[in-house]
Design a protein around this ligand. Structure first.
Ligand code: PGU
Length: 468
């Protein structure tokens, strides 16, 4: 629903006298009765042009273009800008409040470490030389970084030509959806990173949202909660073509074990489904034996795609660099390799990741860069520990926060948007309500460990004062 403030703004815009496109009755009438101009008068063509569609009349304020009906199905704006809006509205209403601490969006805050940075700087400098200058492409990423990803992150389990380097995991999820199109059924963990559901809606895979369950028709929601160890009962699920699975998980912080991932891969192979495995938080895994990639699991090469990103590894949330792996053996039902169609998307609707940032990706994967990534991960994991212990000292149960940068707080039945507002108002701390990640997240709150250390420490003090 439009907020009163927003609707006020819209109404006053519509009423603004200087806006010719809305039109005074005189202008609107004049246009309606003007002789129909031709669409190509310069070349002398006499094809008639729809005369009144370009200028809106008072009761018709848009163009003549029909809105994509799938967008009308989306019930709210994207989660994170929505949270930012609430924070800004609070700040506007309380300009003298102490600085707000964000444990909200999972955005990195620590500077890019020196060795990794040298790659970015070097990449930029190379562009200023005659010999080093490069332009477009390759759309799949430079050969050297594809090789290095295959060697350093996948131990050779993946071939370089199965790696597509991109501007990030979120963008790749959108492009995978463009490739799958409207004719597939997607399954998501509930709760989950909202991009999987929202892009499924946008490309037309779903029906309307069911106002009672808050679930979209034609999406399979896989409940992930403490009682099932945040791993769905695969046997009980209706069929889905594409299964989005994220581990370490956003928002629950749950990390799937080898046995669980083996069950997932076996399920996908048996049912003919494709798993899109989101490993954006893989480097947070510290527990020995827990897989960091779905390609560590036998059988995955015939049914799995992995999306991944340097965003959280190296503080590249703004620099933008990610990758997607599609083994040659993953095929559509007609035998077409999925890789071929994704290549078609990447060459057509993408133009290759920034060559500057790919140089930064190369230094990430040097031994020195990998050590810097480890130090960054340790820093955020220590933050997660501080937040987890802090919120538990307030009397709450929590999940995650180990092998993952998110602490998932059990609100014991309280509505998550209410608790979000209460904490913002009383503690000036931004969190993310679990309900923002799907109906299965109701009753939980996500805390992000990506804030600076001192902010995490202070946030805990503030939360204790309010909640304990
Ligand atoms: N995959 C998962 C599971 C994520 O949580 C995020 C970011 C991404 C992918 C995005 O990776 P990029 O490579 O940077 O595109 N999640 C953050 C940011 C949210 C957003 O979408 O803006 C979060 O707070 O959940």
């Amino acid at each position: 629903m439009m907020s009163p403030m927003l609707s006020g703004v819209c109404l006053s815009l519509l009423a603004a006298p200087g806006l010719a496109f809305v039109g005074t009755p005189f202008i609107a009438q004049q246009v309606r009765h003007a002789p129909a101009p031709t669409s190509r008068s310069v070349t002398g063509s006499s094809r008639p042009r729809a005369s009144t569609r370009m200028v809106a009349t008072p009761d018709k304020v848009g163009t003549g273009v029909k809105r994509n009906e799938n967008f009308a199905k989306l019930k709210a704006g994207y989660l994170f800008p929505g949270i930012a809006k609430r924070r800004n509205a609070y700040l506007e209403a309380n300009p003298d409040c102490r600085p707000i601490i964000s444990l909200g969006i999972g955005d990195t805050t620590q500077p890019i470490p020196p060795h990794i940075l040298s790659g970015l700087v070097g990449g930029a400098k190379t562009l200023g030389t005659k010999e080093g200058y490069t332009g477009y492409g390759a759309e799949q990423g430079k050969a050297d970084i594809r090789e290095k990803i295959s060697e350093k992150l996948y131990n050779g389990l993946i071939k370089p030509d199965e790696v597509f380097v991109s501007d990030g995991a979120k963008c790749d999820i959108g492009r995978l959806q463009m490739m799958f199109g409207s004719g597939v059924v997607s399954a998501v963990q509930d709760p989950s990173y909202p991009v999987y559901v929202d892009t499924s809606v946008m490309v037309g895979q779903t029906g309307e949202v069911n106002e009672e369950t808050m679930q979209y028709d034609n999406i399979v929601y896989m409940p992930c909660k403490p009682s099932n160890d945040f791993f769905p009962d695969l046997k009980a699920l209706p069929h889905a073509d594409v299964i989005y699975f994220c581990s370490p998980n956003n928002p629950t912080g749950a990390v799937a074990t080898r046995e669980q991932l083996e069950a997932l891969v076996a399920h996908a192979n048996a049912k003919g489904s494709i798993v899109v495995f989101d490993a954006a938080y893989a480097p947070f895994i510290r527990t020995p034996g827990v897989p960091k990639s779905i390609f560590e699991i036998e059988g995955s090469r015939t049914c799995c795609i992995e999306v991944n990103s340097f965003s959280k590894y190296a503080g590249f949330t703004g620099a933008r660099l990610g990758w997607t792996v599609i083994p040659n053996e993953v095929k559509f039902s007609d035998g077409t390799p999925v890789r071929n169609d994704f290549n078609r998307v990447m060459t057509t609707a993408f133009n290759g990741a920034s060559n500057i940032v790919q140089s930064g990706g190369m230094t990430c994967l040097d031994d020195e860069g990998m050590a810097e990534i480890d130090t960054l991960m340790d820093y955020y994991l220590e933050n997660a520990k501080i937040l987890k212990e802090g919120i538990e000292s307030c009397g709450f149960k929590s999940h995650g926060g180990k092998d993952a940068p998110y602490v998932y707080v059990d609100l014991e039945g309280k509505a998550s948007w209410d608790v979000f507002s209460e904490i913002l108002e009383k503690a000036q701390v931004v969190t993310i309500p679990g309900a923002g990640f799907g109906p299965g997240g109701e009753g939980f709150l996500r805390l992000s460990a990506f804030a600076p250390r001192e902010s995490c420490v202070e946030a805990v003090e503030r939360l204790r004062a309010v909640l304990a």
